[in-house]
Design a protein around this ligand. Structure first.
Ligand code: PLP
Ligand code: COI
Length: 336
């Protein structure tokens, strides 16, 4: 195995083992690790035709002492079950989810990047509806798998700011599935995302689907801004994904950095209230936003080339906790 840990992007690198478990006749089988990275499923599987599927994303972090941290893994388990509930899929017992994640990390331990490289092992749990069917109905069987792959920065630039563009497409409907982590939301974001990339932006920013006046989130991360008054502001909306990173930052901004925190409206025509802005998520970590291209202007926040001081502090606090260098709030870290 030859991996250039310092220069990893966000790409699939095959690791030796993944976890697989099947739900059938009302119960889960015991689950097993397998080396086969190809799924064999019925051609009529509801996941393939009607998008009955959900995925999660979390990371394993190598600490200075060589041990491995998981960050708030039970929150991913709970969110996957909220997705499963909304799409009428089988629930996964929280212990089963966490067990599967730990087994996969242990089995692929040598792929957890070394401490100090900034790279991590990205873990992808996936729940899909499988088995015979053709009508629009929930699947008779479910497949739960967890695989992992070592990753570096999601947005090229890492802590160097990159630019984003407001999309005139919606990724989710007000009472739709925006708040759960299901593939359909991401399928809907491919075209606007491609448009953004073609114009050399990192990704697009979606507006609230009802009025198109407020920032909702990025296609793959939540949004936050820091105001002139040192407030940490992040959108509150039923159609954005409740980001575990975002809720962690809300806590850290308030309790560790002493900022006032607000979950509320971020109006597109009031961006000049913000001195810094960023995208946050498991893959994105904290990615500073240099500027946003709106429909009629380009708005620069702190700088197009340098991360702002509050964003830097939040980054240091969050990643310090994840890599075990900063004391974590109770219950945030589980050792593998
Ligand atoms: N928003 C979207 C659309 C995402 O895909 C993600 C990634 O999971 C996030 C936000 C961030 O969520 P989290 O911090 O739980 O990874
Ligand atoms: C994550 O941050 O885990 C995501 O799922 C974002 C993206 C890779 C879809």
């Amino acid at each position: 195995m030859m991996i250039d840990w310092d220069n990893l992007g966000f790409n699939y690198i095959k690791t030796p083992y993944r976890y697989l478990s099947i739900w059938k006749d009302g119960e889960w089988d015991e689950g097993t690790l397998t080396e086969d990275n190809t799924l064999h499923i019925h051609e009529g599987s509801a996941a393939l035709h009607y998008g009955q599927q959900s995925f999660e994303g979390l990371k394993a972090y190598r600490c200075k002492d060589g041990s491995i941290n998981l960050f708030r893994v039970e929150e991913n388990a709970r969110r996957m079950n909220r997705s499963a509930e909304r799409l009428l899929m089988a629930q996964i017992p929280e212990e089963k989810f966490i067990h599967a994640v730990k087994e996969v990390v242990k089995a692929n331990e040598e792929y957890v990047p070394p401490y100090g490289t900034g790279a991590t092992l990205y873990i992808r749990p996936l729940l899909i509806g499988i088995g015979e069917g053709v009508g629009v109905n929930p699947a008779p069987e479910y497949l739960f798998t967890v695989f992992c792959t070592p990753v570096g920065a999601y947005f090229k630039g890492g802590l160097t700011p990159t630019n984003f563009i407001v999309s005139d497409y919606d990724r989710a409907a007000p009472q739709g599935t925006g708040a759960i982590k299901v593939g359909g939301n991401y399928a809907a974001s491919l075209y606007p995302g491609q448009e953004a990339h073609d114009r050399h932006f990192s990704d697009c920013i979606y507006l609230d689907p009802a009025t198109h006046t407020k920032i909702e989130e990025v296609g793959s991360a939540n949004f936050f801004g820091i105001t002139k008054e040192n407030q940490f502001v992040t959108p509150l909306s039923p159609s954005i994904l409740p980001s575990i990173t975002k809720y962690s930052l809300l806590y850290l901004a308030e309790h560790r950095l002493g900022l006032e925190v607000i979950e509320g409206d971020v109006y597109l025509d009031q961006l000049d209230q913000y001195t810094e802005a960023g995208a946050c998520g498991t893959a994105a970590v904290i990615s500073p936003i240099g500027g946003i291209q709106t429909f009629d202007s380009f708005h620069v926040f702190y700088s197009e080339t340098e991360v702002g001081p509050v964003t830097q502090k939040l980054y240091d606090e969050l990643t310090g906790i994840q890599f075990g260098d900063v004391e974590a709030p109770e219950g945030w870290i589980q050792k593998v």
